[in-house]
Ligand binder design. Structure first.
Ligand SMILES: C[S@@+](CC[C@H](N)C(=O)[O-])C[C@H]1O[C@@H](n2cnc3c(N)ncnc32)[C@H](O)[C@@H]1O
Ligand SMILES: [Zn+2]
Length: 308
């Protein structure tokens, strides 16, 4: 099936104009053309140099995501639990953008036929293509998507990879319909995540941009555009022990895995609800809504932030 039939939301990343399809995708408005490789449109804008290091790293680790992170049983289960926490209470009707999808955590679900996966790494998308035909190679800071074309933007561990996350948040807002939701999970700046981050910087898996984020910083990016409705924390013991066998596989040596897995996730659930301790986490999840000014009499929304 033609690309524009599979993903009708596609637009020129530069001028946001409508595209026409032949052997490639053409933008009549600005005259640019974009290649299609193995059915995946490559819709990057002009600023490719800034992202070269990140693309090289992600292309290199894509195989480990597929063969270890989302293959080893206890890690897969942990990531399913994490994704479940992101999706809890979020409206999954309509079209969904998985922004920075990697090899794809939203495919093979009952709503997957409505998910468009976008990533900047061709090697991540090559793997995602085994599970989806709605994929686009693009830059989250310059989305190749039409205004107000999605109902939900899901973004798991993307913002802390970006040189200008505030641009990506503005783009998420642009492509969402009024009343649409955004759900983000990112690395959180805390006592337990500080030292590992410094050590990780010395390795070759992360670019210089890669960093932990505070709630305050994430809120400052979202607040100009969204009504934040929930901030929660996750990831204490289970996160490093279960979630990343592609670079730290301590759990491999532990007997009675299924039992301990369940216990670790349970302890993490409890810690994420314990005052004072809960903010000392590896991860943070933020859920927010694009105000629908039509249903609000044209007035601006009051910010009601619920810290769980
Ligand atoms: C930590 S991975 C997370 C992947 C996936 N969301 C998951 O949870 O497994 C970060 C992803 O963001 C992608 N990424 C980094 N910079 C990007 C950009 N500027 N635009 C789109 N994707 C980007 C990477 O290629 C990588 O797949
Ligand atoms: Zn154009």
């Amino acid at each position: 099936m033609r690309v524009l039939k599979r993903i009708p939301e596609l637009a020129c990343p530069i001028c946001k104009g409508d595209l026409e399809e032949s052997e490639c995708l053409l933008c009549p408005a600005c005259g640019r053309s974009y290649e299609i490789h193995d059915g995946i449109p490559f819709l990057l804008g002009d600023d490719r140099g800034t992202f070269a290091e990140e693309i090289a790293i992600q292309d290199r680790v894509a195989g480990e995501y597929e063969e270890k992170r989302y293959q080893v049983a206890y890690s897969r289960r942990y990531h399913d639990w994490w994704t479940g926490r992101m999706l809890a209470g979020v409206n999954r009707e309509g079209r969904i953008l998985d922004n920075g999808c990697g090899i794809g955590v939203l495919f093979k679900r009952d709503f997957s036929d409505r998910v468009v996966g976008l990533d900047i790494s061709s090697q991540m998308l090559k793997r995602a293509a085994k599970r989806s035909d709605q994929l686009v190679l693009g830059n989250s800071q310059e989305l190749p998507l039409k205004d107000a074309s999605f109902d939900l933007v899901f973004s798991r561990s993307l913002l802390h990879h970006l040189p200008r996350p505030e641009l990506a948040v503005a783009e998420m807002h642009r492509v969402l319909r009024p009343g649409g939701e955004v759900v983000l999970a990112d690395t959180h700046s805390s006592i337990i995540s500080a030292l590992p981050r410094i050590l990780a910087r010395k390795g070759e898996r992360f670019s210089g941009v890669h960093r932990n984020l505070t709630r305050k910083v994430i809120s400052s990016w979202l607040e100009p555009y969204f009504q934040i409705r929930e901030v929660s924390y996750f990831g204490y013991l289970a996160y490093p022990l279960l979630g990343f066998p592609d670079f730290l596989d301590l759990f491999r040596y532990i007997p009675a895995k299924p039992l301990l897995e369940t216990a670790l996730i349970f302890v993490d659930e409890v810690l994420s609800r314990t005052p004072l301790i809960r903010t000392q986490s590896w991860g943070i999840i933020v859920k927010a809504v694009k105000p629908d000014l039509r249903s609000n009499g044209g007035t601006t929304f009051r910010r009601e932030e619920a810290a769980l």
